[in-house]
Every structure is written in structure tokens, then in C-alpha cells.
Ligand binder design. Structure first.
Ligand SMILES: Cc1ncc(COP(=O)(O)O)c(C=O)c1O
Length: 366
């Protein structure tokens, strides 16, 4: 048996298999999950976390991997990379692991900044990771979303100038939940990558029926896709993400890291490997998310609150017609939501929790 196989066996992943389990048993919406979950527990609808995860197989593998946490993950990370290459129909040298996709986002910003100039990003989108841009000496150029809160690909293409070093597209977009169609993105990528690096963040792509753009990285050197285990796989606290890019681009990004692929703990790698083998969990998360999204959207509409159709595990809606103090209502009911993203229309975002949590959320608004 080779080294890798011995390691996998040690964490119970040599032969994967767990019995059936009642899905809702594992649901809890709190970070205080080591405490018993009661009707008074805080409801966390802020960070688009998965209220059902980690998957049972991931929990089992994480527990077993504690025993080998005295060792570095040299032998395990190649196993994860191989599985990710297979899942994304690319080669191993098209993948770079990160402690959450945030680590990769930071790296891409650094890589971009080293070339000086500007980068283009939508307004409104996921942009916390761009905070160091000014310090790194790179200028941020924002392009407004379309009226229906989608990326304005034509305007973004137009905004590219001689100094542009990167364009960021979040698909589906956080916080609006809107989706660019694959064909539109392919046309955009074909044109834009001739001038600059295109970075597509697919943190929420697993919640859609849309095909990932990962297959394009083999033929487009100027394209990076990022993915995460934080959302669909319910492993936000385990911090696992990765980049998919042309092997030459992976090499360029790796040069900026002292130890590429070594920032994940053995426990996190074990969780990721086990999760990739738990398809029934993913199916259940998707089904529940759709069911609860439908319920929540209907209820918000009954309260005369406009929602943007969501392709994700959160809903962007307008508080314009809401007569009470939304944030006070949340506070009074021990619910953690987000902020106003756009003053014009008072748009905010809510994560889709379990049915029980969203019933409590809707009750709190009434
Ligand atoms: C669009 C998007 N990208 C990236 C991230 C970062 O995810 P992580 O670092 O947990 O992989 C998030 C987290 O909310 C996100 O919404």
C-alpha cells in the first residue's frame, strides 16, 4: 500500500461508507453548536453558511484525522488535489489549495497589485477582500450592476483600459444572488482575457444548475476560477478553498506562497475529501435550500418586500416598503442578518437557514 493510501485508511477514507442518517438531525444554526440547540438559540443568517453541514462523512473523517494531526499534510493534500481535478475535469497542475477561498482571493489581489494599475469590480458585489488594494498600490474601478442587479458584462468590458490588470466577476453574485449565463461569460472571457486577467468567483455555483467555467482554464491562461467548501459543503469554519487556472498561472500564483498547498490542516483536508464523497448530503442540502428559499421568498412578497430571484443560498430584498425597524426586529428576536448594501431601495441580504429558522425570521418581521 502506498503512503497516500495508508493515510486515507488512517482517517477512515480508505473505503468510504456511512449508513443513512436523518438529515435534519445535523442542522443547527449556531456557532454555539457544542451547546444544545434550543428555540432560543441565536439564528445566524449573516454569512451564507450552510445550516446543515458539515456532512456526516466529513464529521467522521475530521474526528479520525485528529489522531494524525501531529503530522503535516504532505501526503493528504495531493489526494485532495487529485479528487478536485477529477471533479472539475482538469489536471492536478490546474489547482491551488487555500485556507478558504479568501486566501486565494488575497493572493490574486497581491498578484494583480505587483503589476501596478487598476482592477475592475462590480458595485455591488463581494468586495471585502479588496480592502488592502489601496495599501498594495492598485486602484479599484467599480462598474454598477444592471437594473436587475446583474453584472453588466458589456460595461465591464468597456471599462478595461491599458492599466487594467484584473476583472472580478462573482457568479452567482453575492449579495444579489443573480447569475450570468455561461454563454455570456464565455464571450466575455474570450474578449477580456486578451487584455487582462479575468477572475470568476464561483463560491455559490453549486447551488445552481449552471455548469462551472472550470473547463475553460485549460485553454485560457488569463483566467482564474475560485471555489470553496464553505457554502454547499458546510465547512466554512474548516477553511478550505481552491483556485483553478492554467498551469502557468497556478505556477505564477504559487511563487508568491512560501509553501503552496500547505495552509490546510490535516483535519480540513480529511473533511474535504470525505465531503466530495458524500453526494447524498449535497443533494439534500440543495433540495432543502430550494424549498426554504421558495417559502422565504413567498413570505417576503406577502409582506410586500421585493426580492431579486436568487440562484444561491441567500436572498437580496428591498426594505423600502417595510414599516418597522428591520434591524431592531432582528435584534429583538435574536437573529443575525446583514446590513443595507444599497441605500437606494434599502436592499439587504438574508441567508437561507433551515425551514424552522426562516419561519422564525418571517415571524420576527411580522
Ligand atoms: C462570493 C464569495 N467569495 C468568497 C468567499 C470567501 O469564502 P471562504 O474564504 O470561506 O472560502 C465568500 C464568503 O462569504 C463569498 O461570499
Amino acid at each position: 500500500m502506498n503512503n497516500r493510501r495508508i493515510w486515507l485508511k488512517q482517517i477512515g477514507l480508505g473505503t468510504i461508507g456511512l449508513g443513512l442518517y436523518p438529515f435534519e438531525t445535523f442542522a443547527n444554526g449556531t456557532t454555539e453548536s457544542i451547546l444544545p440547540y434550543t428555540d432560543n438559540s441565536p439564528i445566524l443568517l449573516r454569512s451564507n453558511e450552510n445550516p446543515y453541514g458539515p456532512s456526516p462523512k466529513a464529521r467522521e473523517a475530521m474526528a479520525k484525522s485528529i489522531n494524525i494531526s501531529n503530522r503535516y499534510g504532505w501526503n493528504l493534500s495531493p489526494e485532495l488535489i487529485t479528487l478536485l481535478a477529477k471533479k472539475n475535469t482538469v489536471s492536478e497542475n490546474n489547482i491551488l489549495l487555500g485556507a478558504g477561498s479568501t486566501e486565494i482571493l488575497d493572493l490574486i489581489l497581491q498578484y494583480t497589485a505587483l503589476q501596478k494599475g487598476n482592477f475592475i469590480i462590480a458595485e455591488t458585489t463581494f468586495d471585502y477582500w479588496t480592502a488592502p488594494a489601496e495599501k498594495l498600490g492598485i486602484k479599484k474601478i467599480t462598474v454598477p450592476l444592471t437594473k436587475d442587479k446583474k453584472h453588466d458584462l458589456a460595461a465591464m468590458l468597456k471599462a478595461i483600459d491599458a492599466d487594467t490588470k484584473m476583472v472580478y466577476i462573482c457568479n452567482p453574485n453575492n449579495p444579489t444572488g443573480t447569475l450570468c449565463q455561461r454563454e455570456d461569460l464565455i464571450s466575455f472571457i474570450k474578449e477580456a482575457t486578451q487584455k487582462t486577467l479575468v477572475f470568476v468567483d464561483e463560491a455559490y455555483i453549486d447551488f445552481t444548475d449552471e455548469q462551472s467555467l472550470s473547463d475553460l482554464v485549460v485553454t485560457h491562461k488569463n483566467l482564474i476560477i475560485t471555489k470553496t467548501f464553505s457554502k454547499m459543503y458546510g465547512l466554512a469554519g474548516a477553511r478550505i478553498g481552491y483556485a483553478l487556472a492554467h498551469s502557468a498561472m497556478i505556477e505564477e500564483l504559487s511563487i508568491l506562497k512560501s509553501s503552496p498547498n500547505l495552509s490546510l490542516s490535516v483535519v480540513s483536508i480529511a473533511a474535504a475529501i470525505a465531503s466530495l464523497n458524500d453526494e447524498s448530503f449535497i443533494r439534500q442540502v440543495r433540495t432543502s435550500n430550494e424549498e426554504v428559499k421558495k417559502y422565504t421568498t413567498t413570505q417576503l412578497n406577502l409582506l410586500h418586500l421585493t426580492c431579486i430571484p436568487s440562484h444561491s443560498n441567500f436572498i437580496y430584498f428591498s426594505l423600502e416598503n417595510y414599516k418597522k425597524d428591520y434591524f431592531q426586529q432582528l435584534k429583538d428576536h435574536n437573529i443575525s442578518g446583514t446590513r443595507i448594501y444599497e441605500e437606494n431601495g434599502k436592499w439587504t441580504r438574508i441567508t437561507i437557514g433551515t425551514m424552522k429558522e426562516m419561519q422564525r425570521f418571517i415571524q420576527a418581521l411580522k
